[in-house]
Design a binder for this molecule. Sequence first.
Ligand code: MG
Length: 203
Amino acid sequence: MKIICIGRNYADHAKELNNEVPTKPVIFMKPKSALLLPGKPFYYPEFTDNIHYECELVVKICKNGKYIREKFAHKYYDAVSLGIDFTARDLQEELKSKGLPWELAKAFDGSAAVGEFIPITPDTNLNDLQFELRKNGERVQAGDTKNMIYTVNEIIEFVSQYISVNIGDLIFTGTPAGVGPITVYDKLDGYLGGEHLLHVDIR
Ligand code: MG
């Protein structure tokens, strides 16, 4: 499996990091070794002093495909959760300033935390889901998927022109404003539509 991530998919977050709002989706990948399964602690890595949380809606691919049209994209995923795109912001700033790829800042072990997945039903409107992240019980991010610049279906259409999607792949759909640092002993909790799906202890 692979983890496909979208950057700068909420205008308010692009602004907070002084990035331009993109005219095409910004894509990067995390390998399978980045996956942090539900309930597992995140161990703060030694190569950075500035890990940020980025809480994101995550969809799970249930069907193999390539060149998927937007209008058929909904057939390619069947479950949704919240995830944390852990980012070594200091490394990312250094790599960005040199025009280099972001992998070391984004794709390290444990950098793709996910919560429990819940099935998508005919009633689920992926374009109108509210979610929030709490750090040590205090709300730090609140998102609504209606503010995504690219919808899940548009992302799948775009990505699958270049990269096939396969059963079990995950798509991290980008983070709203409010990203910030974590420290050891923090607790992160993610709620999707009020449902507690994600918990990560920082060690
Ligand atoms: Mg992100």
